[in-house]
Design a protein around this ligand. Structure first.
Ligand SMILES: [Zn+2]
Ligand SMILES: [Zn+2]
Length: 301
């Protein structure tokens, strides 16, 4: 089953005619959501490893326990700056999913079937069909230990599910339990400056993890600002809302506090200050919550 992923360029351009909304700018933060988010997070932190979340997919969790790596394929050529963005995104994927990211088979689009490439309906540049990449290309030699296969390209992507319209492009797409793809095409020119590089990297990390989470079984989220909220629009946040974070942690069975610290450290190394501060807040809440629990246990005993 393919996750219908509206990470499409049309939404980014502000056309809200689609049935799912893109992100607003992240005006409401995790912290800004106040008591509701804090309550969710305290509940989450109290039992993140022990219990199954209300919504989750047992099949993908079993798959994740048997398999041990993400495989990342590169499709087509990249500029030097784009290649560096892909390398850094792979590092982030490893931290975010708590899995090693290994190089998958790389592909040259000139070897693809003719029907896998179409002309953009308006701009006439060539586009790769996501269905072909996911269902044909990434099925080839799929490693036995792959939790998910991901592919990244600098080509424009188009989807059978969103074929028309003047925009006619998607940032990415994913198939539940198998694979996801994303494109750097509309994520900005990473070669212009350090700021432009980091902006492109942040967008790449957001789209790549959004598609990867679809592969693990997470659907779009209609709650507080979240990387799974409808689409990985370019202005969307890197972080997950508490329910989505809980699903990921249950699926990956991560130890929450060190996991959050690893995410915070990676974001800090790339000077994503706002995102790093958000994780600092989560870490603070969780540490104080765990401290209270251990205090109450010792007072009972
Ligand atoms: Zn999606
Ligand atoms: Zn969410």
């Amino acid at each position: 089953m393919k996750k219908s992923c509206q990470t499409n360029v049309r939404q980014h351009q502000g056309d809200s005619g689609g049935r799912k909304r893109s992100f607003n700018l992240c005006a409401l933060t995790f912290v800004g959501h106040g008591a509701h988010a804090r309550k969710l997070f305290r509940e989450f932190g109290a039992d993140a490893r022990a219990t199954e979340p209300a919504v989750g997919d047992a099949a993908t969790a079993r798959l994740a326990r048997r398999c041990h790596a993400i495989y990342l394929s590169r499709v087509g050529k990249f500029s030097t700056a784009q290649a560096a963005v892909v390398t850094a995104t792979a590092e982030y994927l490893a931290v975010f999913f708590d899995l090693p990211v290994r190089s998958g088979t790389d592909f040259n689009p000139t070897s693809f079937q003719p029907w896998a490439i179409r002309q953009h309906p308006l701009r006439r540049h060539p586009q790769l069909l996501t269905d072909y990449l996911i269902d044909e290309v990434l099925w080839l030699d799929r490693p036995d230990d792959a939790v998910m296969c991901l592919a990244v390209t600098a080509w424009d992507l188009c989807s059978d599910e969103h074929p028309g319209g003047q925009w006619g492009s998607v940032f990415g797409e994913a198939r539940f339990g198998h694979a996801g793809v994303w494109s750097l095409r509309y994520l900005g020119d990473a070669s212009v400056s350090d700021t432009a590089f980091r902006r492109c990297l942040k967008r790449s990390c957001a789209v790549a993890t959004h598609e990867g989470l679809h592969v693990l079984g997470l659907d779009h989220c209609e709650g507080v600002p979240c990387n799974m909220r409808g689409s990985a629009c370019l202005s969307g946040p890197l972080h997950l809302c508490p329910p989505c974070l809980r699903k990921l942690c249950w699926n990956r069975q991560v130890d929450l506090l060190p996991y959050l610290q690893r995410l915070r450290d990676w974001l800090g190394r790339w000077a994503f200050a706002e995102a790093a501060e958000r994780y600092d807040t989560m870490i603070h809440w969780l540490a104080s919550c765990l401290g209270r629990r251990s205090q109450s246990r010792s007072s009972v005993s």
